[in-house]
Design a protein around this ligand. Structure first.
Ligand code: EPZ
Length: 422
């Protein structure tokens, strides 16, 4: 397994291009199942999760062709000849559950493996299943698989989510586009990735209103056509790299960055003493002064502070002046980066969903281990400003969500290299 070696060094300077959003692409790709006509996505990120989704769609009979070095995905689902998403693919990536709604809407039947948990939590899919039942689907759980049927087709209905779920909102939204009648989704997720999916579905002929708010209304249509759609900028990659100059000092421009994608996050950076300004081409980030101020963070559904940036923010707060309290309200086990940061000299007390971080002068480089996608990049950020060398092992986690992380950080002056496993 490869590792990444980071050596703490001075301020960073330059530009980092931000890719298309992994979490938008992973729901836009299954949307191809809703139409027999070609769906082409541009600005797609080159990530292992995208490869896994490609593998899954191909196993169902869809054609997915990578063009322009993986930045364009030309997809066609004209001949779907298999309606079973197998465990060996689904267990690799939980977003595989997002083929369930589209397959059900298109052909009235689907068998999808339950995804199982992951490092950050149990990650149940009960809300996905309840939503599809509200649209008339009959579901059976057998041998770890969901057997779904809607032989007379799906019908519009009201879906009341007890808690906000991004994936369940996406599954329900895609299924409802071809359901007979009107569907109302209450307490819907409001993430930019939901708006991106709705925008693409409208290009395909879907009738959707209210995306980006808590109530989405969909008028079902008989069929959807093909489309071409650019994937929205990845706000989590954006926020991750905004923290590099925040932690190291200097000034970096994040190309393609938009403030509206991360308002709550930018607000917290401002409180911590980090300046963020919009330019014609993106966002420029620089530290206001030498000291980072401690801030408290609570993760919430959009437009609140994103849970996917909690680990990275913790890396910044490890050397803040004072004590910061981070509350992780979305997932039950998302502080696995804390013990690794402690190995680097951080002072962090974790109790349940709350982490208290008492700032230290400087972190010290150390061998650390990546445990999940966002934890792995928070260790790299910490290593950028630590004294000495940090070796992050198990970086395959990184490859799921960050393309060319070494090249992007080297490009702004970081001392970082990837060591290939022998
Ligand atoms: C999406 O996961 C993202 N993944 C996650 O990003 C992100 O952290 C999460 O949304 C929250 O923003 C993709 O988009 C591929 P949820 P998802 O359903 O849809 C519970 C990353 O690092 N829940 O909004 O799985 C769940 O356990 C990943 O890129 C149920 O109880 O998240 C969690 O506590 C990590 N039942 C909460 O809801 C369900 O049926 C929010 O989960 C579904 C979810």
């Amino acid at each position: 397994m490869d590792s990444i070696v980071v050596t703490g060094n001075g301020p960073l300077k330059g530009k980092i291009p931000i890719a298309g959003a992994k979490n938008a692409c992973l729901t836009l790709m299954p949307a191809t199942l809703l139409s027999e006509e070609p769906l082409t996505l541009t600005n797609t990120p080159r990530l292992s999760d995208i490869k896994t989704m490609t593998e899954l769609l191909a196993s169902l009979g869809a054609e997915v062709t990578q063009l322009q070095d993986g930045q364009v995905l030309a997809m066609s689902s004209h001949d779907i000849n298999n309606h079973t998403a197998h465990y060996d693919i689904v267990r690799k990536m939980r977003a595989s559950i997002l083929v369930l709604g589209p397959m059900l809407a298109r052909d009235g039947h689907a068998i999808v493996s339950l995804p199982g948990g992951c490092a950050i939590g149990a990650r149940p899919v009960d809300l996905h299943l309840k939503a599809l039942e509200a649209l008339g689907a009959e579901l059976d759980l057998k041998d770890g698989y969901v057997h779904a049927k809607a032989m007379k087709g799906l019908r519009g209905g009201t879906i009341d989510f007890p808690i906000v779920s991004v994936g369940a909102t996406e599954n329900a939204l895609m299924a409802a586009t071809l359901a007979k009648g009107t569907t109302v989704i209450n307490n819907a997720a409001r993430e930019p990735e939901i708006v991106d999916l709705a925008t693409c579905l409208r290009k395909m002929g879907a009738q959707i209103e209210g995306d980006g708010t808590s109530t989405i209304t969909i008028q079902g249509v008989d069929r959807l056509s093909g489309a071409t759609h650019p994937v929205v900028t990845d706000r989590i990659e954006l926020g991750t790299y905004m923290l590099a100059p925040a932690i190291c000092g200097g000034e970096v421009e994040l190309l393609g960055g938009r403030m509206d994608l991360l308002a709550a996050f930018c607000e917290k950076l401002d409180q911590a003493g980090i300046d963020v300004s919009e330019t014609q081409t993106g966002l420029v980030v620089r530290r206001r002064d030498d000291v980072i101020k401690a801030v408290d963070v609570v993760t919430e559904p959009f437009p609140g502070f994103p849970t996917d940036l909690q680990a990275q923010m913790m890396a910044l707060l490890c050397t803040a002046d004072g004590t910061s309290v981070l509350e992780e309200k979305i997932f039950e086990n998302r502080f696995m980066h804390a013990p690794e940061l402690i190995r680097m000299g951080a002072r962090i007390d974790v109790h349940g969903g709350t982490a208290r971080v008492t700032g230290v002068k400087q972190l010290k480089g150390a061998p650390v281990m990546a445990t999940d996608l966002r934890a792995s990049v928070s260790l790299i950020l910490a290593g950028l400003a630590a004294q000495g060398e940090t070796v992050v092992s198990r970086v395959y986690h990184l490859d799921r969500g960050y393309e060319h992380v070494v090249r992007k950080l080297e490009g702004v002056g970081a001392r970082i290299e990837r060591i290939k496993d022998k």
